[in-house]
Design a protein around this ligand. Sequence first.
Ligand code: HEM
Length: 413
Amino acid sequence: MKHPETQDHTSAPAAFSGGFAGWMEQRLPIFSAFRKEYVDFPMPRNLNWLWNFGAILVVVLLLMLATGTFLAMNYTPTSAEAFFSTEAIDRQLSGGWLLRGMHVTGASLFLAALYIHLFRGLYYGSYKAPRELLWLSGLVLLVMVMGTAFAGYVLPWGQMSYWGADVMTKAVGAIPVVGSALEHVLTGGDHLGDVFLHRVFVLHFIMAFLVVGVVGLHVACVHITKSGNPLGREPKGPQDTLPFHPYYTSKDLIGLIVFAMVFSALLFFWPGLLTEPANYAPADPLHTPADIEPEWYFLPFYGLLQSVPSKFGGLLAAASAILVLFALPWLDQSPVRSARFRPACRLGLAGLVMAFILLAAVGKHHATGEWMLIGRLAGLYYFGFFLVLLPLVSRREKAQLQAASPTTSEGDA
Ligand code: HEM
């Protein structure tokens, strides 16, 4: 027997004992790590289609990085050239229309997939212990992706790019004490021009690559805590799980194929459906468009921004709509995870989706007249759901469950 000091602590698993794999395994065990995390990894056997969106998001992110890199090679970030360089990509660069079409459609579908992914977490209580960090890292991703999408929309320097940026920088400028300094840092002067556009361009692609790093953390959290499932009960043993490959690789592949079909239909048959026609006119600082409105995915937040009469109040309301999600793991104290077993929570969530859609309609129609009232009521419900309804319902559920079975442990319901 070898002395413990001289024993080989890096002996490779049988599958990677010979050849190049064995050599690598003793130095950097990436093959066995990959096998453990992406082949044999135990997944709950009852995951539904809503668990497909994580893989879809990863693939769309890679597509955005690839197409964005080639777009950046042909784009000029100056206020005089930006609009015409994007037009040239569309009309003169070989395959440029496809590259830009994929990037623009990809941005819309990325946000759509992100909202569905987030809603899945809300519905099945995936934010509850032990997945709080997983949830928080997802929210950091949401903020980063929204920032990246906003910056990207400014780049073509069309009418909506310019006036959207104008609304945003002025809202930042309305923050008490630090607002005007922040606005100055963003714009780099007293008007939106070359310096601003250059900053936005750099921020856009730096943030996009930073997102990849945070996705790495997010997926690491999934692998530590393991996936949740529609029932909200943790698997009790191997009888409740299946290996990731081939069961979930094939399920993810089918999800990706369906997603690619929707993506292609939008890209090739309805390219104008998700974009704003006004952005196909070059930015004109002297001509304010009749309707300034963001892309569809920002409309609910724009609705909130408009429903509050003060500029800073509007910004605070829109930002708080996301900030409140960070507190969710601590606002909802119920030991029951899945809304499938929480009728009151299910009803409340249906109201939340309605409020979100109504706020988008307010953003689209501008918060005047009855839209202002609708915006305020929907906003009130949105915050009321998280800050009042959910904590109250969860406290009642906790008490009921403890009365029914005093031994039920948290996270196991
Ligand atoms: C760039 C954006 C994102 C990417 C690439 C991404 C990727 C993934 C992947 C690959 C998974 C595992 C597969 C799955 O469960 O679908 C996952 C799970 C999860 N993600 Fe994300 N995600 C992103 C954003 C978000 C956001 C915004 C949230 C919500 C705040 C979030 C919350 C979660 C949660 C809670 C899980 C675990 C759900 C469970 O198993 O019960 N993610 N994500």
